[in-house]
Design a protein around this ligand. Structure first.
Ligand code: NAD
Length: 422
């Protein structure tokens, strides 16, 4: 099939490149010309392990354009993969998706064909059939489900593991209201052998939110139990090894630490809470999951202050700025509240991350960025905020370490070692 991808961020780029690897022809479109230029040169606009190689392998099937009408008219199906950030009140901001829908709608005027538009971005249930449909219909002068198709195909990939997650997913969720769109989606995923759920658009949207909300809650639950386990002198890892063997529960996401960040869990939980509020439902468990998650990184700083009560003028190292290893993404990274708390206490911060220092410097230009992880270890104390593999190869001898991510080498070799939940 010929596929237009609208939005060349983490999801759009991975989706397009992986579909190309399955033999489809891709046209990428983004309002950010820089991303299109990179893709046109065969380079990835985002960091994701192995993505550059996959781009090289499929170059003849990957095209870019700054002409959205040409993209839509020259392809069989269009995927919307633009960002859906939080508004200040936590609700979902549909501005990017509505603006892309308006442009796609104009393009639909130029094609006589029935063209399915698929929302891959994460949106609150009802968004696709409500405002997104309206924007498309208004701009195209055509009717959804009759003149053009509309569907939902939420994405479950994890940054850092995105290619594997896209190509070998646990399940694929296909939401559509008209047969032709469902058939197009079915054809596209025909070679995927995992379970495929064919459902309504609304249900597809809600499956995505519920998955993320559950995983976020599981992490906050693990952290609460971990906080108590530390006080009881019990190893949380052993607890969850035992608990996770229960097939009703499962072992995934039972790692204690300083909580979840990234572009999805925090914003999607907030959006679900805010959206539910509009229906008179207060999602109390999710409120609590966010509260635990907000406090966990501050706990790391409190544990440091138990060792160095006055941080004023003290040089504090921070290892890890990306929200998790193997990505350059810093959105809602737990390093952000940690560094903010250190600065509020007048500490001098020296930080290191293998990939994320450049983007972090736009948020925190006032801190020092070290040339290597080893260089951070000369600080008065070190906080570990991301579990990069290279931090396992350091010798922490002579260092005070407060660890938010359970780096075994630090617990073995640091002069003074304290874990956030262990
Ligand atoms: P991103 O910010 O990395 O990329 C979004 C892209 O959309 C940007 O390149 C931006 O320039 C482009 N864009 C914005 N407005 C546009 C417009 N009108 N027309 C064309 N392009 C436009 O975002 P992302 O992380 O790829 O996330 C995209 C969506 O997928 C979000 O809804 C997110 O919640 C969801 N999602 C993300 C992940 C993840 O791990 N990042 C996983 C699953 C789902």
């Amino acid at each position: 099939m010929k596929i237009s991808i609208i939005g060349c961020g983490y999801v759009g780029t991975v989706t397009g490149v992986c579909f190309a690897n399955f033999g489809h022809d891709i046209v990428f479109y983004d309002v950010d010309e820089r991303k299109l230029d990179l893709l046109a040169r065969g380079e990835s606009p985002i960091y994701e392990p192995s993505l550059d190689d996959l781009i090289q392998k499929n170059r003849q099937r990957l095209a870019t354009t700054s002409d959205l009408t040409a993209a839509v008219c020259g392809t069989d199906i269009t995927f919307i993969c633009v960002g859906t950030p939080s508004r200040d009140d936590g609700s979902i901001d549909l501005a990017y998706i509505l603006s892309s829908a308006a442009t796609i709608g104009k393009a639909l005027r130029e094609t006589p064909d029935f063209h399915p538009i698929i929302v891959k971005s994460t949106v609150f249930p009802g968004s696709t059939e409500g405002p997104i449909r309206s924007a498309l219909e208004e701009a195209s002068g055509k009717q959804a489900f009759v003149d053009f198709g509309l569907g939902s195909n939420p994405e479950f990939l994890r940054e850092g593991n995105a290619i594997h997650d896209f190509c070998v997913p646990d399940r694929i969720v296909l939401g559509a209201m008209d047969e032709r769109t469902m058939r197009a989606l079915g054809d596209l995923y025909t070679s995927f052998t995992c379970p495929k759920i064919e459902t309504s658009i609304r249900t597809a949207e809600m499956i995505k939110y519920t998955s993320n909300a559950f995983l976020a809650t599981k992490i906050s639950f693990a952290n609460e139990i971990g906080n108590l386990a530390k006080k009881l002198g019990i190893d949380a890892e052993e607890i969850f090894a035992g608990v996770g063997l229960d097939s009703r529960i499962g072992p995934a996401f039972f790692r204690t630490g300083i909580g979840f960040g990234g572009s999805c869990f925090p914003k999607d939980v907030r959006a679900l809470i805010a959206g539910a509020g509009g229906y008179g439902e207060e999602l109390q468990i999710l409120h609590a999951a966010l509260r635990v998650n907000d406090d966990q990184p501050l706990k790391l700083v409190r544990l440091l202050q138990a060792k160095i009560p006055n941080l004023k003028g003290r040089r504090i190292g921070v290892l890890g700025l990306a929200f998790k290893p193997n990505t350059d993404d810093i959105r809602e990274s737990r390093a952000i509240p940690v560094i903010q708390a250190l600065l509020d206490a007048d500490a001098l911060v020296v930080a290191y991350d293998p990939l994320a220092m450049e983007s972090f410097a736009t948020l925190f230009p006032q801190i020092e960025y070290a040339p290597s992880a080893q260089a951070v270890l000369t600080a008065d104390a070190v906080l570990i905020t991301t579990e990069w593999e290279e931090f396992e190869r350091l010798d922490y001898n002579g260092t005070i370490v407060v660890d938010g991510r359970r780096i075994a080498a630090a617990s073995r070799t640091a002069e003074i070692y304290e874990g956030v939940c262990w």
